[in-house]
Design a protein around this ligand. Structure first.
Ligand SMILES: *[C@@H]1O[C@H](CO)[C@@H](O)[C@H](O)[C@H]1NC(C)=O
Ligand SMILES: *[C@@H]1O[C@H](CO)[C@@H](O)[C@H](O)[C@H]1NC(C)=O
Ligand SMILES: *[C@@H]1O[C@H](CO)[C@@H](O)[C@H](O)[C@H]1NC(C)=O
Length: 242
């Protein structure tokens, strides 16, 4: 019995030790590539935003940037990746978001040019504001990694324009409802008033009377009148005959 318990305890201990080791391995800090940027190499860069030339980005919509790299060094570079981040416009050390890195591994020979495309996504729920966006290209030669931050500027990120403005529609519905309620209550008051009852009541009676007169006047002397009278008589006659 005691030996079983001892084995159980030691098993548990071994398991715990394994867990701790695993957790420690997970926690070994991995420095982010943007934390300590490698030194700059000899390249010149140019860029443009084909879809957002005014650099007014929209939260939740991917932004494409085309980067042109010209190798000004005497040895080839291997353009490996582009990465970016979204930072506080007033304090660059405040990181809000790191954009996904994109891998290229494309060589560019001395005096040659290369253009690559990079897409980043301002988060959907980002409050509309000014932000600092920094985009960095990483490349390597025989000596190791180099980096150049080709874009580091304040941009404004706006809310996605809503196709259907539900808030406005809601307000319209409430407004129309209020107007109907108002018209209805006024109508109710008018309907109950004595003035309405007398005037409209009289008119209705008058109309009925005149319509009846007209009906007789219209047909007086026409073939229809004659036929009506004749058939009326005829009916009476046939009834009598039966
Ligand atoms: C984003 O990059 C910065 C700069 O290296 C780093 O300090 C931060 O931890 C990164 N954030 C995330 C969520 O990876
Ligand atoms: C660029 O570097 C990567 C990683 O070192 C390598 O796999 C790739 O073959 C290189 N590309 C060229 C064109 O040299
Ligand atoms: C971007 O510019 C800010 C100043 O506006 C500077 O503090 C920061 O170091 C720059 N970031 C990079 C990656 O060059």
């Amino acid at each position: 019995m005691a030996s079983i318990m001892r084995t159980g305890a030691s098993l548990l201990l071994a398991l715990l030790a394994g867990c701790v080791a695993f957790a420690a391995a997970q926690e070994t800090p991995q420095t982010h590539p943007l934390t300590n940027l490698p030194p700059a190499g000899e390249i010149s860069t140019g860029f443009f935003f084909p879809d957002f030339p005014t650099r007014q980005f929209i939260a939740g919509q991917p932004v494409k940037v085309v980067l042109g790299v010209r190798n000004e060094a005497s040895e080839a570079y291997n353009v490996s990746a582009i990465m970016g981040s979204l930072n506080n416009a007033a304090d660059f050390s405040a990181y809000y978001w790191n954009f996904t890195q994109q891998i290229y591994f494309q060589a560019v020979a001395p005096s040659e040019e290369l253009s690559v495309e990079y897409s980043f996504l301002p988060p959907k729920d980002l409050p509309p504001n000014d932000y600092q966006v920094a985009l960095t290209v990483f490349y390597q030669d025989a000596q190791g990694f180099k980096s150049t931050t080709f874009f580091n500027q304040t941009v404004s990120i706006n809310e996605k324009p809503q196709l259907i403005d539900w808030k406005l529609i809601f307000l319209y519905v409430i407004f129309i409802g209020l107007v109907f309620a108002g018209v209805y209550s006024v109508w109710n008051n008018v309907k109950e008033s004595q003035l309405y009852k007398t005037t409209v009541g009289k008119k209705a009676r008058k109309v009925e009377v005149s319509r009846a007169d007209n009906a007789d006047e219209w047909v007086k002397g026409t073939p229809y009148d004659n036929w009506r009278k004749a058939s009326g008589k005829g009916k009476g006659a046939s009834k009598k005959a039966q």
